[in-house]
Design a binder for this molecule. Sequence first.
Ligand code: SER
Length: 424
Amino acid sequence: MKSMLTAKEIRAAFLDFFKSKGHQIVPSAPLVVKNDPTLMFINSGMAPFKDLFLGIGKPSNPRIADTQKCLRVSGKHNDLEEVGVDTYHHTMFEMLGNWSFGDYFKKEAIAWSWEFLTEVLKLDKDRLYVTIFEGNEAENIPKDEEAYQEWKKVIAEDRILLGNKKDNFWEMGDTGPCGPCTEIHVDCRTEAERIAVDGATLVNNDHPQVIEIWNNVFIQFNRKKDNSLELLPAKHVDTGMGFERLVRVIQQKTSNYDTDVFTGTIEAIEKIVGKKYDRSDSKEAIAFRVLSDHIRAISFTIADGQLPSNTEEGYVIRRILRRAVRYYFSYLDRKEPLLHLLVPVLAEQFANVFPELKAQQDFVAKVILEEENSFLKTLESGLKRLESIIKNTNNEIDGKSVLSYTIPLVFQKTLPALLLRNII
Ligand code: SER
């Protein structure tokens, strides 16, 4: 495996590769979705192309590739609670993708994904596994034999695993374009671990070192409101490769946060709080991961036009921001605003790929600072009230008093929004 490629070089290698296969390279669409009631934020690389898959409109090119900013903190794909606790889920992440709109299909998509991973990035073939859709009787969809046959040309049969509807039939939401998918997984464990336990048994089993890196979806259906599947007039390819995970694999790290996608932000946090990130599972280390993850989601959504607020999409952003504040306030001993100081670091890092942040850096930092100030005030006054209850009751507080003081304080403005969004 190559170990010296930077994140920037890996992103460029992907785009260059698909350019060489006749793809037009397009910029990421904004994270904020304004005209699709089924989606709060762009949650996958294919979401901006949803209409094209449904046959509405014409693409600028039948082959497109890009890196798309995605947010998975609401709706069908929601990873928020894992973020920071583990080392590979994120709120905002980049999805590298190549698309065929009624052009190439399984044969080319599978051959190119294999070529890119094993010949361009030189991943060890014997660390890779693939999964294909086993079929589903209730949906009346057979096993994806075509994908199986294509994989057989490049990989040993015992590395082609069958997957069920949950893992190998991709849907963007409750309705919309969907289809069977084939995923590529990589086993990053040590040699000794690999000898002791067969990697095939760990695929799709939440093992932190045996992870999915690329999903190739073969879009053939539209899921309708009544849950039925309608065959689309044309067949399409939608692929998504988690950029942060890919960089981690190529840079041979065991955590996404140890790659140069995150280390710049983590170093900036270390300087601000005067503590060292020790990569452990301690609350302090989780706080470093939470902050370096959340600042990306917060900054890029604001830059893309969504301000934090008490309702709907705005509340999702406010909730992420407040989770970050709670983490630095509680576990990094930081009582002053911090997040806004990280905006320039991110803006610089992503200037070449997502220039919208650098262009609005001061505005974004100002919005974040105001949010931090107001939430820190709430947290501080909450603590003061709690201290005064403790004093007035000789250190014996009954649950009722705590609830009567803290619930209104923390939830007074947010409870309706939380209930509305099914968050609590
Ligand atoms: N739509 C698929 C996914 O998000 C592949 O891009 O995983």
